[in-house]
Design a protein around this ligand. Structure first.
Ligand SMILES: [Ca+2]
Ligand SMILES: [Ca+2]
Length: 309
């Protein structure tokens, strides 16, 4: 499986919608034990299995995982993909972190928030549905991540199969919605590279589309969405902010959004006005660049992260 790791940034984890038929069922321990061999009986009895099913056309995906108890995390989620009834994938889903032995594939968080873990949907409008599994790292930050499996046609030398990528949304979370109503959904999250970079947790918007088995950053194409994001930062601009209040995190996210809109020349006079008003720290965080050093750090960071050419 190819793994594409992209760290993003902050907010509630809100993922994903829209598919054909779907459902969730739970097999009790006793029922499962009835089907198990004698030697497995006690182990199966202890862990009831939840089964989620999602289907679109001839693609049917099944996700199985142990029923969490007492708020405990879920381990060992297993994904099966059938195409016209033929099993083409049967894979245990491992979390993206290297020490996955200690970190769960946490389907349960999505179930707790009444969102489906499993979705079958055509993400790129090529007529071939993809299979999405939305998981959660658990822990204090509840980091969401998604597997996307797509169909690989067979060749004279290889059998047809499903191949997956994995994407970590990080603290900003993500939601899937069709912003421009072109019948292909966008993944909307935030750029986690900004998180705590300038003291606080503000991040600029980031938008992706799924194309040719990759997630592409298409944020700049969605100017209205950027402008809506920008409006969230109005209160930290120097003509609104309280004198002396540390606005470094908020202003960095604002500057990134302005850069996405091509309004680069606006950025520097506003940051200078914020400096004069005492809004660029040091506040309680003198270890992070403040004052003029902060403005230089923002400029350098926006270059390094691709916001400024
Ligand atoms: Ca597709
Ligand atoms: Ca769209």
């Amino acid at each position: 499986m190819r793994i594409g790791y992209v760290a993003l940034a902050a907010g509630l984890a809100t993922l994903v919608a829209g598919c054909g038929g779907s459902g969730v069922s739970m097999q009790s321990g006793a029922a499962a034990a009835g089907a198990a061999s004698g030697s497995d009986r006690s182990a199966v009895h202890a862990v009831p299995t939840v089964t989620e099913v999602s289907q679109l056309g001839r693609i049917r995906a099944v996700l199985k995982y142990p029923q969490p108890r007492d708020g405990r995390d879920v381990y060992q989620a297993r994904l099966l993909i059938f195409r016209s009834g033929r099993l083409l994938l049967d894979e245990r889903l491992l979390p993206p972190w290297p020490n996955y032995g200690a970190t769960p594939s946490d389907v349960w968080w999505f179930r707790r928030y009444r969102r489906r873990s499993l979705v079958v949907r055509d993400l790129d409008r090529d007529g071939e549905p993809e299979v999405l599994v939305n998981l959660h790292g658990g822990g204090a930050h509840e980091i969401p991540y998604t597997y996307i499996y797509s169909y690989e046609r067979g060749t004279p030398f290889s059998r047809p199969m499903y191949d997956g990528i994995q994407h970590v949304w990080d603290d900003p979370g993500v939601r899937l919605t069709d912003l421009n109503r072109d019948r292909t959904p966008e993944f909307i999250g935030g750029d986690s590279r900004f998180e705590y970079r300038f003291v606080g947790h503000y991040v600029p918007i980031q938008i992706w589309e799924y194309r040719r088995k990759r997630l592409l950053d298409v944020t700049r194409r969605f100017q209205a969405a950027i402008r809506r994001d920008l409006a969230r930062y109005r209160a930290c601009l120097p003509n609104h902010a309280r004198r002396g209040r540390d606005e470094r995190s908020c202003l960095a996210a604002w500057a990134a959004d302005e850069a996405l809109l091509g309004q680069v020349r606006l950025i520097w006079p506003v940051l200078e006005a914020a400096r004069v008003k005492g809004n660029l720290g040091p506040g309680y965080a003198p270890f992070s660049p403040y004052g003029r050093a902060y403005i230089a750090a923002v400029r350098s960071f926006l270059h390094r992260t691709g916001y400024l050419a």
